[in-house]
Design a protein around this ligand. Structure first.
Ligand SMILES: *Cc1c(COP(=O)(O)O)cnc(C)c1O
Length: 404
């Protein structure tokens, strides 16, 4: 069974990180400085425990007046919305089109005198189009924050003109994972300094806690091989347990109930050292290879089975296929050994009475999308077999409903 996603890290890197936990060296202490200096060129970069940590620090440093509105792409991991609410700010959803970008009209409609910032997420590897949104942010004096948790494709990662901050994740299920860790890039140096000094007040993650994490995910890596994963699913079925719920919990990284306590830490030195190693050794040719395989898979599926997002600029970090009846296709793919999933860990933004904006397109995307497995370990023949399974599934085409 081809699991939905493999951990994007090899045993050499895992063993290296173990040794950094057990036998720390003086060179490790410089990892943060080197990584932050290599990261973003002109802008300032701060290494954090996670994107959610970086976002929390950013909001703390900004200290926006309570009740301020933060306009956000309507789809994201639940923690991002909860962090905004925890700062007494109001998340205002920006609904998405089939390209996965919020359309400029939605942004225009959502802006009020209380708006302070826009958070645009680049989802599933698709590039959100920011041209018009940048202009609107400038015109209305709003901060533009890019959530690039799913969009790392190699150094250098300079901050585009017109963006004020960007967040990149090296969490467990992300590209070039370091089993935790994130980079926050900020344009304003004074703001970066405030974030740094806030981060220094956080309790550190110990290297033992990080070692425990490494051991846990090494176990997960063993279980997600092609044969072991099939056995794992059988074992869960046999025990009457839900393997998908379990995987979701493992991938979330932090327990949802104590999210804020869990994220408010500084990353341990070995965690930052592994992040530096992953970033410095990242091979852009691999990202390119993934892009081309995704592009070919999209082409072999044809127009009746469109990918969410523009295939021309997609990194295919994930392969989000839009279908008329994804549950049925999922069932037939499972039988054929492909563990495609629906919804993943994304949710739509909470809508409140005060802001009557809708998230109906985002809900529709969550209902239509099936994420196909696509990673280097899968041979081309398997990708072709997967594509023909989808084409032959005899499922109804996508409804021609207009987008809101
Ligand atoms: C994974 C993810 C996050 C959270 O990243 P962490 O580093 O795990 O906090 C935020 N936004 C998006 C779009 C993500 O995919």
């Amino acid at each position: 069974m081809w699991i939905r996603r493999r951990l994007d890290i090899g045993w050499t890197d895992i063993a290296w990180a173990w040794s950094r936990c057990l036998f720390p060296t003086a060179a490790d202490e410089g990892a943060r400085r080197r990584l932050e200096a290599a990261w973003a060129g002109e802008s300032d970069a701060v290494a954090c425990l996670s994107v959610r940590t970086g976002f929390d620090l950013l909001l703390r440093a900004l200290a926006l007046p309570p009740g301020s509105e933060v306009l956000m792409s309507a789809l994201n991991v639940p923690g991002m919305f909860r962090i905004v609410e925890a700062h007494d700010l109001v998340p205002v959803p920006l609904d998405l089109g089939p390209s996965l970008s919020p359309s400029p009209e939605f942004v225009c409609d959502a802006i009020t005198p209380r708006s302070r910032a826009i958070v645009v997420a680049h989802l599933f590897g698709a590039r959100a189009d920011l041209t018009a949104i940048r202009a609107l942010a400038q015109e209305h004096g709003l901060l533009l924050i890019e959530d690039r948790a799913q969009a790392f494709d190699g150094l250098p990662v300079s901050l585009p003109d017109g963006s004020d901050a960007a967040l990149y994740s090296f969490g467990t299920i992300k590209t070039a994972t370091a089993f935790g860790g994130a980079m926050l890039t900020v344009r304003d140096q004074a703001l970066a300094e405030r974030i740094r000094s806030l981060e220094r007040t956080l309790p550190p993650q110990t290297r033992w806690a990080y070692l425990a994490r490494l051991l846990k995910y090494a176990g997960a890596k063993v279980l997600t091989g092609q044969r072991t994963y099939a056995a794992l699913r059988k074992a869960f079925d046999w025990a009457g347990r839900d393997v998908d719920a379990w995987l979701q919990r493992v991938a979330a990284g932090f327990p949802a109930e104590q999210l804020l306590n869990a994220i408010r830490h500084r990353p341990s030195t070995p965690n930052v050292a592994l992040m530096e190693r992953r970033v410095q050794r990242f091979d852009p040719a691999r990202a390119n290879h993934q892009r081309q395989r995704g592009f070919r898979l999209a082409a072999s599926l044809g127009h009746d089975f469109p990918v969410a997002g523009d295939p021309a600029t997609h990194t295919f970090d994930l392969f989000p296929l839009r279908l008329g009846n994804p549950a049925a296709v999922q069932a037939s793919l499972r039988k054929a050994g492909f563990d495609a999933i629906m919804r993943g860990s994304m949710t739509t933004a909470p809508c409140s009475k005060e802001n009557p904006t809708t998230t109906s397109n985002a809900e529709r995307l969550l209902d239509e999308i099936l994420f196909l497995p696509l990673y280097p370990a899968m041979p081309d023949e398997e990708l072709s077999r997967m594509a023909s399974m989808v084409r032959e599934s005899g499922e109804p085409p996508l409804p021609e409903k207009p987008w809101q």
